[in-house]
Design a protein around this ligand. Sequence first.
Ligand SMILES: Cc1cc2nc3c(=O)[nH]c(=O)nc-3n(C[C@H](O)[C@H](O)[C@H](O)COP(=O)(O)O)c2cc1C
Ligand code: SF4
Length: 416
Amino acid sequence: MNSLPINNVLLHPDSQGDNLSEWLNGNGGSGLINALSKPDGIIDIIKQAGLCGLGGSGFPTYKKWQLVNTQSNDRDKYLICNGNEDEPGTFKDAYLLSHSPHQVIEGAFIAALANGINKIVFYINPEQIIGLEKISIAVEQWQNSTLFKQIEQVLNKPLSIRVMASSGHYIGGEETAAIESVEGNFPFPREKPPFPAIYGVYGCPTLVNNIETLANITHILNHGAQWYQELGLGDCAGTKLYCLSGDVLKPGVYELPMGTALKTLIFDMGGGILLDKKIKAIFTGGASNTILTSKDIDVHLDFESVKAQGSSLGTGAMIVISEETGIVKQVTEYVNFYAHSSCGQCPSCKTGTFYIAQILNKIDTGQASTLDLDSLINLCKILPGSGRCHLLDGAIKIVDSSLLHFTDEYKHSLKT
Ligand SMILES: Cc1cc2nc3c(=O)[nH]c(=O)nc-3n(C[C@H](O)[C@H](O)[C@H](O)COP(=O)(O)O)c2cc1C
Ligand code: SF4
């Protein structure tokens, strides 16, 4: 019997469902009503709650909101609800969109009220056909509600909502790439600064928030900052949707207190490793961060603790690899994905990810020499920091850390 409070907020049965009347008669609506009564106090509540962006960065939500809030309301202001979700091993936003669209939409309305936003875009991966449909229907229900009219009254302008399929490129989830996409362009990430909060969609102030972040806002405004803080373990606030996959018995999305130990996620929730094998490695936060090994099994899954362990919590996705799985094959698979996903506007990323993938494929198929391995090691030294976005660095991190921990496996794969 597990004593951890699981699935107690976003995945709680009361938060599910796609009927607005049922949502408003149950758990929903109160957060929005509180926000409508005191829009000027919303950001402070989010600050006190300690909510950080759950789309990968862990950036304090209130800071980004303050920047958007202080931009002039004379112009359009945009909110992009980021549901692009294409990171390997990450599937939490798809779950929220298709099972509980109302808590996400209510969170978006609260964000709009806090920041004077009059244009909301739900930006969803085209493969999430159910999510796209559920959000579209749910938005229509809200648009016919009295609460929606009250939002427009408080905003003092019409509120437009667009539900759009993203282009489906992994890179389209990066916030400035999402902005380009909303403008109808290919999702090429932009240079920063200027930051989206100041210069976003068509040059207007733009807030980009992840779907899980927005869903949390609904509950924070309903129950208060202190309630949210107390949900986490130790100094951590809130819960986290951890995506568990790889060589575990029970992969899935698990809602647990922020700061839950990795071993609890893998063994108590995930039922342990397939065939009772040992853990070899864990790709954290998707597959674009320094990999962890069995030595890190006690790490607490929150932004600070995973960072202290030399990696990053990222999206909260944990891909577990057992001793039965070849690390070179696994890393090669992910780097092939990144090489394919590179948007190509930074020469170091376009050629670097391609070249790394080429070497890895050679190693994985037993065709590489020690010279190839040396080239790989060198590339990991010279390329970091030379791309405009995190894609290149993410690819390097998994190669570099796997080389560090599993040198022998790489060497054994070389041609003799
Ligand atoms: C290559 C790349 C892909 C990304 N994909 C996503 C995504 O699919 N969804 C998402 O919310 N954030 C994604 N991000 C992070 C966003 O740039 C941004 O930080 C996030 O949407 C902000 O929302 P949050 O503050 O609520 O976390 C990605 C970042 C990078 C570098
Ligand atoms: S680092 Fe890669 S994916 Fe990112 S902007 Fe540059 S070329 Fe595109």
